[in-house]
Design a protein around this ligand. Structure first.
Ligand code: AMP
Ligand code: MG
Length: 401
């Protein structure tokens, strides 16, 4: 049985050498896509120096030594209007976002002035250069923005837009074939027959994969060997196959058996709890993750094992969710030989210090606690935890970014 670390190393070694093909997409379609080339700023940001406040633009040298004085207002300069040169010894009325008139270098905020339409009395001395956002202070024209392999966030898109970029070169979208096994499964909306439970893995995995930018197709199959083999062969036209259920050692578990006929098994079973029966292999070069059927096991193995590989396949890095050190708000009384993940919340003590507190329901089929959890606490194999120990957690909301 591989450790989690060994499984991640094995996955890294099976990654293809080539990145996916690339395409250019408009910025509005670029959210969560992965940059194939770093864009270059088409303009300085800001493109010209402008005012950070409502007030009056002046040349600092025009002020008396005490910085207080009265200046004639020579122009009014709303945002979006091209400024004229500042007449020496005068002030220009302007507003947040107004371009600074040539010859001016300082903005005095209106709260520090007495003014009418004709003149302004400056009541307190400004700093030279105050309240001016300088041309290019944020981004310089020609500067390379973001990096190849970057998964574009909403803020990244704002950054690119500000720099005048309207299209980006990204890796093509990969397709995922989701295969859901289990004769007991009914679809939400269908009446539940005796012996059935609702399928919760497919909506969860579909959402997780789509959130990563995959296109997702879904097939349900009955628990039998022949159908499973032909389904796996059919699915190999996708870029990646993700199955759930049917990977354990039960007589009705067919994914492992079918994979050894239809393709190649890289590893099966890892020392993780929940999620031990995780299967990884390939069919005609299409990687396959066989996730366990229990919903929490499926989620944990997806996050910890499959997701880094899937990210790298898309052109991103082999990105493991970050672990944050937090004090344990609990103790354990026995060691287990697998790396364990507990559903937990962060709870503050009276001093505002945060502790990780596991939720009560830790059964691997229990979704209510998974939905309540903020973090997964990692307990390394053969480790006892004492209250107050530093332990590592991953933030479940990072799955959504
Ligand atoms: P299996 O790995 O097929 O033995 O399934 C393990 C457990 O997960 C069983 O209790 C199944 O009923 C349950 N399970 C399997 N697939 C799903 C699914 N798609 N949604 C919810 N529970 C499932
Ligand atoms: Mg099953």
């Amino acid at each position: 049985m591989l450790s989690v670390e060994q499984a991640l190393q094995a996955l890294q070694q099976t990654l293809p050498d080539n990145k996916p093909a690339t395409e250019t997409v408009p910025l509005r379609a670029a959210h969560r896509r992965i940059l194939a080339a770093a864009p270059t700023a088409k303009t300085d940001v800001p493109p010209a120096s402008n005012s950070a406040m409502d007030g009056f633009a002046i040349a600092f040298k025009d002020l008396n030594p005490d910085g207080i004085g009265t200046l004639k207002i020579s122009a009014r300069q709303p945002a979006g209007q091209v400024p004229e040169k500042l007449a020496p010894g005068t002030a220009v009325r302007l507003f947040t976002g107004s371009e600074i008139p040539p010859g001016a270098d300082t903005v005095v905020i209106q709260e520090n002035c007495d003014y009418d339409n004709a003149q302004v009395q400056i009541k307190s001395r400004p700093e030279a250069g105050a309240n001016v956002r300088l041309q290019g202070e944020d981004i310089e024209r020609g500067q390379s923005l973001l990096q190849r392999g970057r998964r574009l966030s909403a803020v990244d898109i704002a950054l690119l837009a500000a720099a005048g970029i309207d299209a980006v070169n990204v890796y093509r979208r990969l397709s995922a074939q989701l295969i859901v096994t289990g004769n007991e499964l009914a679809r939400p909306g269908e009446p539940l027959q005796a012996g059935q439970i609702y399928d919760s893995n497919s909506p969860m995995l579909q959402a997780l994969l789509e959130n990563m930018g995959f296109t997702v197709a879904l097939k349900r199959i009955a628990d039998n060997y022949a159908d499973t083999v032909s389904m796996l062969l059919e699915a190999a036209t996708a870029d990646v196959i993700i199955s759930t259920g049917g990977v354990s050692v039960g007589e009705e578990d067919y994914i492992g058996k079918a994979l050894s006929t239809a393709g190649k098994t890289e590893f099966w079973k890892i020392a993780i709890k929940p999620g031990k029966p995780l299967l990884f292999g390939s069919i005609n070069h299409t990687p396959l993750f066989g996730l366990p059927g229990n919903p929490v096991s499926a989620l944990v193995t997806f996050c910890i094992i499959a997701r880094p590989f899937l990210s790298a396949l898309q052109g991103d890095e082999f990105y493991c969710l970050r672990h944050w050190p937090v004090p344990a708000g609990f103790s354990t009384d026995k060691k287990i030989a697998r790396q364990q993940y507990l559903r937990a919340r962060l709870v503050g003590d009276a001093g505002g210090r945060l502790f990780a507190k596991p939720l009560a329901k830790q059964g691997s089929a229990m979704l209510s606690s998974l939905s309540d959890a903020e973090v997964l606490v990692r307990i390394p194999s053969d480790t006892l935890v004492r209250e107050g120990d530093r332990i590592d957690v991953i933030a479940l909301n990072e799955l959504l970014t």
